[in-house]
Write a protein that binds this ligand. Structure first.
Ligand SMILES: [Zn+2]
Length: 101
């Protein structure tokens, strides 16, 4: 009658993407924090404070932007500047995408 382990089998913590609302392993999602009215990508999950999680995908960022999910998730009182996050995701996508010509 032991208490079952809290962690799901074969995985670490699960997080929900604030864009598409799909749950996935925390390491597959980008952590985002708010600082000085702007979103700051925190890929190493080291920044203090409340974090939101998002797939590093422009489509998820667009969804999150449309429903203002990031300011809500981060408890921001003012609109957040999404440019730093957009730039990071754009660069990540450029790194991953196979060059097509
Ligand atoms: Zn997503």
């Amino acid at each position: 009658m032991g208490v079952p382990a809290a962690s799901p089998p074969g995985g670490g913590p699960l997080r929900t993407c604030v864009g598409c609302r799909v749950r996935g392993p925390a390491e597959s999602l980008l952590r985002v924090v708010a600082r000085d009215g702007a979103t700051v990508p925190d890929p190493h999950r080291r920044l203090p404070g409340r974090g939101a999680h998002l797939h590093p995908d422009p489509a998820c960022l667009a969804l999150a932007q449309r429903r203002r999910a990031l300011p809500r998730a981060l408890r921001a009182e003012t609109p957040l500047d999404l440019d730093p996050l957009r730039a990071w995701i754009g660069a990540a996508g450029a790194r991953q995408a196979a060059p097509r010509s």
